[in-house]
Design a protein around this ligand. Structure first.
Ligand code: ADP
Ligand code: MG
Length: 491
């Protein structure tokens, strides 16, 4: 099996297969209330405490469209560079399940609110465009709980009626790496827009994963299987890996792939058949007679366009131009809106004469390491942008060395302390007085006469020895650059 970055091929004795993936991402709309009722959507409430008569489908209750959710979907569509449809229609998708009290899900089927768009992925070997087929609005179902009662399945309707955006990709994804980058990019765009928090642990972002395989270089798509409701990138990748190999094995055995809906079993790391794929007509879709077609005007759309913030792709371009960042650095810094805010705040707090490269290194190096260790988001950073900016400036203007800066950084973590104060308090200021350093170096050369002679006779490696001695003698505070200059002169 070859899993290099740009292609994911499965090799068997006589054949090489390519994997084709398309994702249907369900993103919970960030909204205080549900798609057709005013109940709260707050996560983590006691079961069945956020259920209106509409959500519980009491007879005679009528849905009322939540304008805010419509705006959120349109904004997301704009973020996906997609066509916004001025007319869309809510249908009833009919099926029976205990956690679906209406007996149907209200979902846009034939006429979605958002049409075709694109998402750009930054892959190690360049950019790749993934097509978006559509984005439609629909309501979530309730939740069946199978492990709280030994005899019964319990139902929690808090989620029932919560607004979801289903974002359907074209079958353009080819590798596990692309799947991960695609999900992260979608999440990033929606977080910039404030339309979905992208929290996979809380179920705000889940995906149905469609997988097929075909002979490499074949132009036709193979039969796909759909793996339902996978809620982490890792599991998506594991499920695809398992499923693609299963399909190749079947084909190699001369069997055909049934188009079916499968489940991913995390514990066994395998996909299992759930049901043969139902066709759209099985759901008896029809326009919901309780809801008028949704019509939005150009003004409505344009007004939303004017509220769209700078999105990751544009921000990346600007960071590269304005701050002379590498594409790689820019990609990291724009990947999350909070990271980009932090970075820009550091830049602005550094004032004039800033060393942006140095700031980037400290953010993506030391700071990210601390966040990682403590499992914190950048918004919870123990060191404020202001104090990090001060630290970088202290290095830049020669007050402290990079090495001392690391010591100070450790001290800053507790209580977001001002690095300038730590320098004063601990007497960590870098020794940059040439006179003092010369005296110090004279003494070292004197104490190590033989080594100095050996150096002069050509044993150049000894230079490092003298640098080390000088740094040690100064308690690590000597300005390394000056030490180098003076030593060169004196030796
Ligand atoms: P359905 O609701 O029947 O699953 P959708 O149109 O909502 O149909 O979604 C189809 C998804 O499957 C899309 O993400 C699409 O990219 C993907 N897909 C379609 N054909 C294939 C294929 N042959 N291999 C992999 N993915 C596919
Ligand atoms: Mg589907």
């Amino acid at each position: 099996m070859s899993k290099n970055k740009s292609e994911y091929l499965i090799e068997r004795t006589n054949n090489i297969y390519e994997v084709v993936i398309g994702l249907e991402v369900h993103a919970q709309v960030t909204s205080n209330s549900k798609l057709f009722s005013s109940s709260s959507t707050k996560f983590g409430a006691e079961p069945n405490t956020q259920v209106s008569l509409v959500d519980a489908a009491f007879p005679g209750m009528l849905p009322v469209i939540n304008e805010f959710c419509v705006k959120q979907a349109i904004k997301t569509g704009i973020g996906l560079r997609a066509k916004i449809n001025k007319r869309s229609v809510f249908d009833r998708k009919n099926y029976f399940y205990a956690d679906l009290p209406q007996g149907y899900q209200i979902s846009q089927f034939k006429y979605p609110i958002v049409g075709e768009g694109t998402v750009i992925l930054d892959m190690p070997d360049g950019q790749k465009e993934i097509g978006i087929e559509r984005l439609h609005l629909e309501q979530d179902a309730g939740k069946s709980i199978h492990d709280m009662d030994p005899q019964n399945t319990l139902v929690d309707l808090n989620r029932s009626g919560v607004a979801l955006m289903e974002i359907v990709s074209k079958p353009d994804l080819r590798t596990l790496e692309e799947v991960s980058t695609y999900i992260k990019k979608l999440r990033s765009i929606m977080r910039y827009l404030g339309t979905c928090d992208g929290n996979m642990q809380e179920g705000s972002l889940r995906a149905d994963v469609n997988v097929s395989v075909r002979l490499k270089d074949s132009k036709e798509l193979g039969t796909r299987c759909e793996i339902k409701n996978v809620n982490s990138i890792k599991f998506m990748q594991m499920a695809i890996d398992y499923e693609a190999n299963r399909q190749v094995d079947l084909i190699e055995d001369g069997k055909i792939i049934d188009q079916e809906t499968r489940l991913f079993d995390i514990r066994k790391n395998e996909t299992r058949s759930m049901r043969s794929k139902e066709d759209a007509h099985d759901y008896r879709y029809f326009p919901d007679p309780d809801l008028l077609p949704l019509e939005v005007s150009d003004e409505f759309i344009n007004e939303l366009k004017s509220t769209i913030p700078e999105l990751p792709d544009d921000k990346k371009k600007r960071f590269i131009e304005e701050f002379k960042l590498s594409a790689y650095e820019a990609t990291i810094l724009v990947s999350d809106i909070e990271i980009s805010k932090y970075f820009e705040e550091v830049i602005s707090k550094m004032g004039k004469n800033q060393d942006i490269k140095l700031a980037v290194n400290w953010i993506t190096g030391e700071l990210f390491a601390v966040l990682n260790n403590k499992n914190l988001e950048i918004a919870e950073s123990p060191i404020s942008a202001e104090n990090l900016a001060k630290l970088v400036n202290l290095i830049k203007n020669g007050t402290i060395s990079g090495k001392i800066a690391k010591t100070i950084f450790e001290l800053m973590i507790d209580g977001d302390r001002d690095p300038q104060k730590i320098v004063e308090e601990k007497g960590l200021k870098q020794e940059s007085d040439p006179k003092a350093l010369e005296a110090l170096i004279d003494k070292i050369i004197n104490d190590n006469r033989e080594k100095a002679i050996e150096y002069k006779q050509g044993k150049e490696k000894l230079f490092g020895f003298f640098v080390g001695q000088a740094m040690k003698a100064s308690g690590g505070k000597a300005n390394p650059q000056l030490i180098n200059e003076i030593l060169k002169k004196k030796l």
